[in-house]
Ligand binder design. Structure first.
Ligand SMILES: Nc1ncnc2c1ncn2[C@@H]1O[C@H](COP(=O)(O)OP(=O)(O)OP(=O)(O)O)[C@@H](O)[C@H]1O
Ligand SMILES: [Mg+2]
Length: 237
């Protein structure tokens, strides 16, 4: 589904060019749950921003479902992003002056749907993340874990082809982190959602199917974690 071939990325600061991603080759198949690890500054966010169509300033080829992203216009890219990818961030990025329902509706409104068309979808998304009945709450009245669930519901609402999560448990305590990762595992196993997640936490990464380690802008290793053990963990055994 996602195919990066010889990706190089530079940040230009004045006369200097900083080489942040170096010759990245990466294939992510539909239905995979991938964790990306690496030291701060190694290029993880830069990489997933490219994968999530947020950044089209790079050298090399990115093909998504056989379509070449580098050749798309800015507008097509934005449209593609809205239809294909859901984002989850460390700090949730919810609008605190809007209700849970309104926050989740934002991507639907961008996609051109009226508010009345969105009610059922919002209810389904909230059920999917275990927040039935929270429609009219405000984010600041919810716990960190609940806020992250709202942001996951918002990411899922347009039925994206894949989810990108940048440190989704970075602001959460260890018990809440476990609950959020277990939600990702469920989405991956039951709804076949493709997930690409950056994390600093090895315990979190080990709940994925595959761990990619980035070092100084290159892929240092790419290993399966063992799918069978993941299934057993999900059953709580
Ligand atoms: N917009 C930018 N302009 C210039 N340099 C940047 C920009 N964004 C990131 N960088 C630099 O590129 C490098 C990689 O940044 P990136 O955010 O991808 O790292 P990261 O692996 O996600 O780190 P962290 O774990 O701290 O989030 C860093 O050295 C950073 O300072
Ligand atoms: Mg980062």
């Amino acid at each position: 589904m996602i195919c990066l071939s010889n990706i190089n990325k530079y940040y230009h600061q004045g006369k200097n060019a900083y080489h942040v991603l170096k010759n990245i080759d990466l294939v992510v198949r539909a239905g995979e749950f991938v964790a990306i690890m690496g030291q701060s500054g190694s290029g993880k966010s830069t990489l997933i921003n490219i994968i999530g169509f947020l950044d089209d300033h790079f050298d090399g080829d990115y093909t998504f479902e056989k379509k070449n992203i580098a050749q798309m216009s800015r507008q097509d890219c934005a449209h593609y992003r809205n239809r294909n990818v859901g984002f989850v961030f460390q700090n949730f990025k919810l609008m605190n002056n809007l209700t849970v329902k309104e926050n989740i509706a934002i991507p639907l409104l961008y996609a051109g749907q009226s508010f009345s068309q969105t009610e059922v979808k919002i209810e389904q998304a909230l059920n999917q993340v275990g927040l039935h009945g929270y429609q009219n709450q405000y984010p600041l009245n919810l716990s960190g874990g609940q806020q992250q669930r709202v942001s996951i519901a918002r990411a899922l609402i347009n039925k994206p082809k894949f989810l990108i999560a940048d440190e989704p448990t970075g602001a959460l305590d260890s018990q809440t982190s476990k609950e959020i990762i277990s939600l990702f595992t469920q989405l991956n196993l039951k709804s076949s959602m493709t997930i690409i997640m950056v994390t600093h936490d090895l315990a979190v990464a080990q709940k994925s199917q595959r761990i990619i380690r980035i070092m100084d802008g290159t892929i240092a290793s790419d290993q399966e974690t063992g799918y069978e053990s993941r299934l057993i963990n999900t059953n709580g055994t």
